[in-house]
Design a protein around this ligand. Sequence first.
Ligand SMILES: Cc1cc2nc3c(=O)[nH]c(=O)nc-3n(C[C@H](O)[C@H](O)[C@H](O)COP(=O)(O)OP(=O)(O)OC[C@H]3O[C@@H](n4cnc5c(N)ncnc54)[C@H](O)[C@@H]3O)c2cc1C
Length: 488
Amino acid sequence: MALMTPEQFEQSLKARKPRVFMNGKLVENILENRNTRTVVEANKASYEWALDPRYKDIMSCHSPLIDDVVNRYTHVSASTDDLMKKAEAGTFTAETLGTCIYRCVGYDTFHALAGTTWEMDKDLGTAYHPRFLEYLKMVQREDLSVAGALTEPRGKRSQKTLDWPDPFLSLKVVDKNDDGIFVRGAKINISGAYASHELVVLPQSSHVQGEEDYAVAFATPTDAPGITYVCQYSAYSAERDGADDLEELGNPRFGQRETSLVIFDKVFVPWNRVFHCGEVKYSAKFVTRFAKTHRMTCGGTCKVGFMNQIIGACSLIQEYKGLEKVSHINDQLTEMVVLRETGRACGMAAAIKGKEDPPGSGVYLPDEVMGNVAKLNICNSFWRVMALAGDIGGGLVVTMPSLKELKNPEVKDYVNEFYSFGSDEPTENIMKVHKLLQNWTAGQHGVGTWHGAGPVMAQKIALQRVVKFDREKDIVKHTLKLKEKVHS
Ligand SMILES: Cc1cc2nc3c(=O)[nH]c(=O)nc-3n(C[C@H](O)[C@H](O)[C@H](O)COP(=O)(O)OP(=O)(O)OC[C@H]3O[C@@H](n4cnc5c(N)ncnc54)[C@H](O)[C@@H]3O)c2cc1C
C-alpha cells in the first residue's frame, strides 16, 4: 500500500529544508515554529484519515495508475462517483480541521493537468501527458503532499502582460537548456506550501502570441534552490506566538489559515517536470479546468464544513444562554442551515453533473455552471453566516478576556462567576466556544472565502461565458408561438 503513516509524513518533512521567513525572521524549523506547525498538523491529519477505518473510504481510493490504494488528494477523478467523494472529502476535511484544506489546490491542479496535457498531446503531438502521468505515479507511490499555485501577483490589470514595467509580475521562463527550464516570478497567496513536499505551478491567465514565456506549468520540490517563502503574519499569528498554552486559542491544533508569498528566483525545473511550455493557446484551458474543479471545492464543500463549526458553536451558545425557545435565534440557526445546505447542494450538483473533460481523456471535472454558482453563492452566504453568528454570540465574541484569567488567582472567581451565564457549564467551555467563534467571525475567513478560488467577478465572467440564453428564448417563443423574424 502506498500510504504513509502520519509519523512517516512528519519524518519526511524533516528531510526538506524550505527557506521560510515569518515576521522578519528566518523560520529555522517549520515543524517547531508554532504558526507553520499548524499547516504541518493539518497535512498530517490527512495521512491519519487515509488509514483510519472510519474515514478511509472518503480519504483514500484505488488508483488504476499504480494499482494501489492512494490518498484521495493524489487521485484524478475518473467518474462522477469520484467527484462526489471529492466533495465529501472536502466537507469532512474542512469541518474537522476548522481551517484550510491545504492539499486541495494541488489536488485540483492534477485535474487541470491530466486533461489539458492529454489534449495538447492529441492536438500538437507533444509528449506532456505521459510525462505528467509518470510524475503523478511518483506522487502516488511516495504518497506526497502537493500544493498548487496559479502564479501572480500580476501588474496593472488595465495593461497587457508584456506592457508591465516588471516582466516578472507573472511567473515566466527566463532560460532553457537541454536539461530543463529556469523560471522567475512569484505567487502571493499560496496555502500551506512550505509544509508540502511538492508544488505544482499553473499559468494564472490566458496567454497570447508573444507571451510564450509565461505559458508554463511545472512541478518542483518545495525546497528547490531559488524558492523562498515569506509567510503571512497577522494578529492571530502573534497571538499563537505569544500564547502560554495553545488550548487558549480558537483553533488550538490547526490554527486560522496560513499562506505565504512564494518566490521563484531562477528556479531550475528539469524537463520531466515541465507540463506546458510556450503553447499559449492552452494556458486558458489549464486555468479554466482548474477553476472548474476548485470552485466546486471552495464553494460547495469546504465552506459547508466551516459552516458546520460555526453552526455548532452558535447552537452551544444558544444552550448556554438558555435561548433554546427564542424564535429569532431559531430562525437564525435555520437560516444558517439553509445557506449551508444550499452550498452543499451546489457542490453535489456540480459533482453529479460532472463530465469527462476533455471528452476521451478519462478525466472528470465538475459542471462549470454549478461549480461557479457554488462559489458565487458561498461568497455571499459565508458573510451572512458570520453576521448571524456574531448576533447569536453577542459582544463577548470580540470582548472576551484571555482564558488565562481562569488561572489568575486575582480574578478567576469573578471570571467564573460572570461568564457562566448562570449555567452549570464549566466557564472554560463557554469561553472556548466564544473563542472559536471569534476565530471564525473576526479573523481572516471572510476575505479568505471571498477571494480563494477567485472573487465574485471571476465567477460572473465564467457564468456569462458559459450560459447562453438561446434555450430560454426558445421556451418563450414556443409558449407564445412567436412568429419567425421578417427578413428584409
Ligand atoms: C486565503 C487564501 C488562500 C489562497 N490560496 C491559494 C493557493 O493555494 N493557490 C492559488 O493558486 N491561489 C490561492 N489563493 C489566491 C486566490 O486565488 C486569489 O487571491 C484570487 O485569485 C484573487 O486574486 P487577488 O487576491 O489578486 O485579488 P484581485 O484579483 O486583485 O481582486 C481584487 C479586486 O479587483 C478586481 N479585479 C481584479 N482584476 C480585475 C480586472 N482585470 N478587471 C476588473 N476587475 C478586476 C476583482 O474583481 C476584485 O474586486 C488564495 C487566496 C486566499 C485569500
